[in-house]
Write a new protein. Structure first.
Length: 160
């Protein structure tokens, strides 16, 4: 694995960084650029439909990058030999952060899917109940965790 990593290090690190940027940047864009615009839509039903649609698009875009992030992280941990180094705590902390973010992403996807089904059935209150925590808590949590993980990665890359 170390030989493979050494040969393709720049490309692997690039894939890792761009994946983190797309995932975290996508959430920041949706939460702080698109979400306020959605709140200006007067029709509650139309607002919920637009939010559900935007989340579906975001999740479709970020999921492949999340998978690339995971694979590149494993390759980098093995390639740098981080598991057996004095810096293993940082790699384990990053693994933990990205794992929490991934679980949160899966829960958000499930909530969005339930909301879409409820919207199709005309249950707007139920759909709102599914979507509201995503924008209020779940996306902001992933943004905060993602920024921390990106900072830790920048710090880690400066010391190894």
């Amino acid at each position: 694995m170390q030989e493979f990593f050494t040969e393709y290090k720049t490309f692997i690190v690039f894939l890792h960084v761009i994946s983190a940027v797309v995932w975290v940047g996508g959430m920041i864009s949706l939460r702080y650029a698109a979400h306020p615009s959605f709140m200006e839509i007067e029709s509650p039903a139309k607002r919920l439909e637009r939010i559900a649609h935007a989340l579906k698009r975001l999740f479709t875009i970020v999921l492949p990058f999340v998978i690339i992030l995971l694979i590149s992280a494993i390759v980098m941990i093995k390639g740098y030999g981080l598991s057996q180094s004095e810096y293993s705590i940082f790699s384990h902390a990053k693994e933990g952060i990205w794992s929490v973010m991934f679980i949160n992403l899966i829960v958000m996807m499930k909530r969005r899917n339930r909301a879409e089904k409820m919207l199709g059935e005309g249950d707007f209150a139920g759909a709102k109940g599914q979507l509201e925590p995503i924008g209020k808590y779940m996306v902001p949590l992933n943004i905060i965790l993602g920024v921390i993980a990106i900072f830790m990665g920048a710090y880690l890359s400066s010391i190894i």
